[in-house]
Write a protein that binds this ligand. Structure first.
Ligand code: GCO
Ligand code: MN
Ligand code: MN
Length: 390
C-alpha cells in the first residue's frame, strides 16, 4: 500500500493564495509578461489541484475596474460557482488602491480630496464584493501611501487621513453587518520611495488610536519586514501577544534587495523555521496565506511547483518544529536556562512589601555568571534538526 505523503496539504492547514499570486505573469519593471493570462476560474481549479484551501483577491483581480454592474454580477456568479465546484473558500478580500494611475499620489492619504473620496468609495465596493464571497478578513495595504519628496505633505497629516478612512470603513462594515476584521499590512518602500506605516510595529502603535480598535489588526508579511532588515518572527510575536495577528503574508526575501516575493522558505530557511514554530506553538488559527509568485523563468506547470513548494516547506518546518519541541536535550537546556536559586525574590506586580524585599536582597553576581548559557549547542541542535541529521 502506498504511504500517504505526510506533507500533503489539507483544508485544516488553511493554506491560501491570492488570485494575483498564481495569476502573476512574470512582469517586472524591466520586462514584459512571460506567462499568458489565466482566468480567475482557472486559478481556482489550479488551487484545488495543488491542495490549497482558500483564494484571496483584490477587487480588480476579479472584476475589471470599468466593468458595468451587470458584468460585475455575472463575473461574481461564475466565480462563486468555480469556488463551490472546486471546494475553495474566500477567507480574505482586499482592494487595489495602487494600480490605477489615479492613485499616483496615494489613496487615503493623497493630497487631492477627490482621490481620497474615490479611494474610500472603491474600498466600500470591494468590501461589498468580499462580503458576497464570504470573506471575513479585509486587508488594507497602503502601497502608494507614501512619498518621494516629503515636501508634499506633513507626515502627521497622512496619519490623520489614514485614521479617518479606516474609521469610516469600520463604521461601514458595522452598518452593513459584514462582520469584517481589518488587517493592516505594512511595507517600508516599493512602489513609493518611502511608505508611511513602514513596519508592523508602526501599525500596532496606530491601531489603539482608532474608533474601533477591536476590529483592526495587522497582516505582517515576511518580505516587508526583511526589506526593513528586521526579524519577522519578532513582529509576528508582538502582534500575536497584542491579539492583533488577524492574517499573515508568507513569502521570502533576501534583506537589502528589491521586493522579491520568493517561494516561502526559499531564501532563509532558518527564519522560516522560527516563524512556523512560533505560529504552531501558539496555535494561530488564521489563514496561512502565501503572497509570493513563481520565478519569471517558469510556465504554469512551474507555477504549480511554486505553490506546492510553499505549502510543502511549511509542513516540513511544522514537522521539524514538533521534533525540536520533543527533543530531550533541547528540553533540558531550556529548563536549565530559566532555573534560579529558591531564594531569588520574585518581581511580579509592584507592592510596597515586595519592593522592600527586593531592595534588601544581595545578588551574587559571580554565581550568576558561572551559570552556563549553552546557546551555541542549542543553535547547533536546531541546525542538526533542520538539516535532517538529528
Ligand atoms: C506587495 C503587497 C501586496 C499586498 C496585497 C494585499 O508587496 O505588493 O504585499 O501583495 O499584500 O495588495 O493587499
Ligand atoms: Mn509584498
Ligand atoms: Mn502582501
Amino acid at each position: 500500500m502506498k504511504r500517504q505523503d505526510p506533507y500533503q496539504p489539507q483544508p485544516q492547514h488553511k493554506f491560501s493564495f491570492g488570485l494575483w499570486t498564481l495569476g502573476n505573469r512574470g512582469r517586472d519593471p524591466f520586462g514584459d509578461a512571460v506567462r499568458p493570462p489565466i482566468s480567475p476560474g482557472q486559478i481556482v481549479e489550479m488551487l484545488a489541484e495543488v491542495g490549497a484551501w482558500g483564494v484571496n483577491l483584490h477587487d480588480n483581480d476579479l472584476v475589471p475596474i470599468e466593468a458595468s454592474a451587470a458584468e460585475r454580477d455575472r463575473i461574481v456568479r461564475d466565480f462563486k460557482k468555480a469556488c463551490a465546484q472546486n471546494g475553495i473558500v474566500v477567507p480574505m478580500a482586499t482592494v487595489s488602491l495602487f494600480f490605477h494611475p489615479v492613485f499616483r499620489d496615494g489613496a487615503f492619504t493623497a493630497n487631492d480630496p477627490e482621490v481620497r473620496a474615490y479611494a474610500v468609495q472603491k474600498t466600500m465596493r470591494a468590501m461589498d464584493l468580499g462580503a458576497e464571497l464570504g470573506a471575513k478578513i479585509f486587508v488594507l495595504w497602503g502601497g502608494r501611501e507614501g512619498t518621494e519628496t516629503d515636501g508634499c505633505r506633513r507626515a502627521d497629516e497622512a496619519v490623520k487621513r489614514l485614521r479617518e478612512a479606516v474609521n469610516y470603513l469600520c463604521d461601514y462594515s458595522i452598518q452593513q453587518k459584514y462582520g469584517y476584521r481589518f488587517a493592516l499590512e505594512a511595507k517600508p518602500n516599493e512602489p513609493r520611495a518611502d511608505i508611511y506605516m513602514s513596519t508592523t510595529g508602526h501599525y500596532l502603535g496606530f491601531i489603539p488610536t482608532l474608533d474601533h480598535p477591536e476590529m483592526v489588526g495587522v497582516n505582517p508579511e515576511v518580505a516587508h519586514e526583511h526589506m526593513a532588515g528586521l526579524n519577522f518572527m519578532h513582529a509576528v510575536a508582538q502582534a500575536w501577544e497584542a491579539g492583533k495577528l488577524f492574517h499573515i503574508d508568507l513569502n521570502d526575501q533576501a534583506p537589502g534587495r528589491y521586493d522579491q516575493d520568493l517561494r516561502f522558505g526559499s531564501a532563509n530557511l532558518k527564519s522560516a523555521f522560527w516563524l512556523v514554530k512560533f505560529l504552531e506553538d501558539v496555535g494561530y488559527d488564521g489563514s496561512r496565506h502565501f503572497d509570493a509568485h513563481a520565478y519569471r523563468t517558469e510556465d504554469y506547470e512551474g507555477v504549480k511547483d511554486f505553490a506546492r513548494g510553499c505549502m510543502r516547506t511549511y509542513l516540513i518546518l511544522k514537522e521539524k518544529a514538533a521534533s525540536w519541541n520533543a527533543d530531550k536535550e533541547i528540553a533540558a537546556i531550556l529548563a536549565e536556562l530559566s532555573s534560579a536559586p529558591k531564594t531569588t525574590p520574585a518581581v511580579g506586580k509592584y507592592s510596597k512589601a515586595g519592593a522592600a524585599k527586593l531592595l534588601a536582597h544581595v545578588f551574587d553576581k559571580d554565581a550568576i555568571l558561572r551559570k552556563r548559557l549553552p546557546y551555541e549547542r542549542l543553535d547547533q541542535l536546531t541546525v542538526d534538526i533542520l538539516t535532517g541529521v538529528r
